[in-house]
Design a protein around this ligand. Structure first.
Ligand SMILES: [Zn+2]
Ligand SMILES: [Zn+2]
Length: 175
C-alpha cells in the first residue's frame, strides 16, 4: 500500500515538476542556445511538423527510457517516465491543440483558466524573436495584465513586439 501511494506521489510530483522543467527549458534553452530549433515555432505555421517538435520527441524518448529503466532497474523510474507522459499529454492539449489548433481540432475556451492560458501563450507569440518574449510556462502564467506590462517594458528596451498579436490575444477565433 505504501508503495502505491509513493508511486502516485512520484507520478503527480513529476507532472507538476515538469511545468518547471518546461519553463526553464523554454526560457533558457529554446530561447537560448537552441533557438535555431525553436525559431520554427515562432514563424508562421505551415502545417505538418516543425523543427521545434524535436523537443517533444526528446521528451518522448526520455519518458520511454525512464519507463524501461523502471521495469528493468528500479520501479520508481517507471512512474517518473509516466509523469512525463502525463505532462506531455496535457502540454499537447493545452499548447498544440488549444492554442495552435493543430491536428484539425478547434477547442474554444470561452472563459476561465483555459482562456487565460490561451491568451498567455498568444502573448508569448507576440514576440517572434529570441529575446523579449514573455510567458514561458504552459500551465502556469502571470496574469494577462502583468504579461502586457512586461511586453511594454520589453518593447521599451527594443524588443520587436507585434502589436496586432497583443491586440488579438483575447480573440480565440484567430489562429
Ligand atoms: Zn517560445
Ligand atoms: Zn506556441
Amino acid at each position: 500500500m505504501i508503495d502505491v501511494l509513493l508511486y502516485i506521489a512520484i507520478f503527480l510530483g513529476t507532472v507538476a515538476g515538469m511545468e518547471a522543467v518546461a519553463w526553464v527549458t523554454h526560457k533558457y534553452i529554446m530561447h537560448g542556445w537552441l533557438w535555431s530549433l525553436h525559431k520554427s515555432h515562432h514563424s508562421p505555421y505551415e502545417g505538418g511538423f516543425e523543427l521545434n517538435d524535436l523537443f517533444g520527441l526528446f521528451f518522448s524518448v526520455l519518458s520511454i527510457g525512464l519507463m524501461l529503466a523502471g521495469l528493468h532497474v528500479w520501479m520508481p523510474f517507471f512512474f517518473v517516465g509516466l509523469g512525463l507522459v502525463g505532462y506531455g499529454a496535457i502540454y499537447l492539449f493545452m499548447h498544440d491543440i488549444l492554442v495552435h489548433h493543430r491536428f484539425g481540432f478547434r477547442v474554444v475556451p470561452r472563459g476561465g483558466y483555459l482562456q487565460r492560458m490561451y491568451q498567455a501563450h498568444r502573448l508569448h507569440h507576440a514576440v517572434a524573436d529570441k529575446d523579449g518574449a514573455v510567458s514561458f510556462g504552459f500551465l502556469i502564467a502571470p496574469s494577462i495584465a502583468v504579461l502586457k506590462e512586461q511586453l511594454r517594458m520589453n518593447r521599451a528596451r527594443g524588443a520587436k513586439v507585434d502589436e496586432q498579436s497583443v491586440e488579438t490575444s483575447h480573440d480565440w477565433t484567430t489562429s
